[in-house]
Design a binder for this molecule. Structure first.
Ligand code: GEK
Length: 321
């Protein structure tokens, strides 16, 4: 598993120095207690990742790793099979030494919509619900000094580890925790991202307050979530599933979300992007062979989900603490 000691060392020289002992204890407990029926299989996939010499990053178009000694066919097949052992790959794409991991989501499209509105140079960044870490690599590429992501999903942690294995010295770390489990106080991050998480929370205002608690004074929040069209009085609470997703709670309108952010104490609240998710952006691939967005929309009317709700519309808002 990931050796977190360099992170703990980095933290000791930062305003998060108090995290050191809490994280060390929490991580040890979490990593020892990790249980999932597939964990052994994922770990053996990680163990079959071939070593690669002379790793270089090319993040100009996405997350692309190359070697100054191109991989022979056998090694590339070994890499392909090890990565396939970590199916399903949802966020990406990744190009790892010529193996193109064509993920369910074109997360690069979302990053292109978000990145122009933020400046991450020299920033200490926290990514809540970081998934497999795809955006964390983009944040590092955008100049962040330290990127820490939290996500309780163990498959995604293993996918992150597969990439991190080839970039062991990158200041990019994924912790197998939820936001709520982070040691307090956390008010040390310049930028906090919450993308694709708010609608999974039953108490959205508490989520906004917990995110604010992670920011230093004047720090910036990047909030990306599902919304509906409407005025500041409107919000959708699905009866059960939304686009086949369980665990979806509140989909506010943009004006309502702006109001929620202001009521939670943020200032300078702005919506910088609004985008209807297309079936080109979220779809099944060889790397995510389950059903995807095309099956979750009404076959007779793609402006609706199969449950009859408005089809996925996502907004990105930025705000200051
Ligand atoms: N309380 C929590 N704390 C931390 N993580 C959580 C919590 N609850 C859920 N998650 C995690 O948040 C992620 C939400 S996916 C967005 C991924 C990426 N950000 C994206 O913008 O594509 C949503 C989607 O794709 O619908 C999952 O990986 C959960 O495990």
């Amino acid at each position: 598993m990931i050796d977190y000691s360099p992170l703990l060392k980095t933290l000791s020289h930062s305003p998060l120095a108090h995290w050191q002992s809490a994280l060390a204890a929490g991580l040890q407990q979490r990593l020892e207690g990790l249980q999932h029926g597939d964990l052994e299989r994922w770990q053996s996939s990680l163990n079959t990742l071939p070593p690669v010499a002379g790793v270089e990053c090319d993040f100009s178009e996405g997350v692309c790793l190359r070697s100054n000694t191109p991989l022979d066919q056998t090694t590339q097949t070994q890499l392909h099979d090890a990565l396939q052992g970590l199916h399903p790959w949802r966020k990406g794409p990744f190009d790892l030494f010529g193996v193109h991991v064509d993920t369910e989501w074109r997360s690069d499209w979302k990053w292109q919509r978000v990145a122009p509105h933020i400046d991450l140079s020299g920033k200490r960044v926290l990514d809540i619900g970081c998934g497999n870490g795809y955006y964390m690599w983009r944040m590092w590429q955008a100049g962040a000094e330290l990127v820490i992501g939290v996500d309780p999903n163990l498959l995604f942690l293993n996918q992150f580890e597969a990439v991190k294995r080839y970039l062991p010295h990158a200041p990019v770390w994924q912790l197998p925790f939820t936001l709520e489990e982070l040691p307090e106080p956390t008010a040390a991050f310049d930028t906090v991202f919450s993308m694709g998480v708010l609608y999974h929370r039953r108490s959205p205002l508490d989520h906004l307050l917990q995110l604010k608690a992670c920011l230093r004074p004047d720090g910036e929040l990047v909030m990306e979530t599902l919304v509906i069209e409407g005025d500041e009085q409107q919000c959708l609470l699905p009866e059960d599933r939304y686009a086949q997703m369980r665990n979806v709670w509140f989909l506010p309108s943009v004006p309502m979300l702006e109001r929620m952010l202001r009521r939670a104490g943020y200032s300078d609240v702005r919506c910088v992007d609004l985008n209807r998710t297309s079936v080109d952006e979220q779809r099944s691939t060889d790397w995510m062979r389950f059903q995807s967005l095309p099956s979750f929309l009404d076959p007779a009317d793609s402006s609706k989900t199969i449950e009859g709700y408005p089809a996925p519309l996502r907004a990105t808002l930025v705000a200051r603490k």
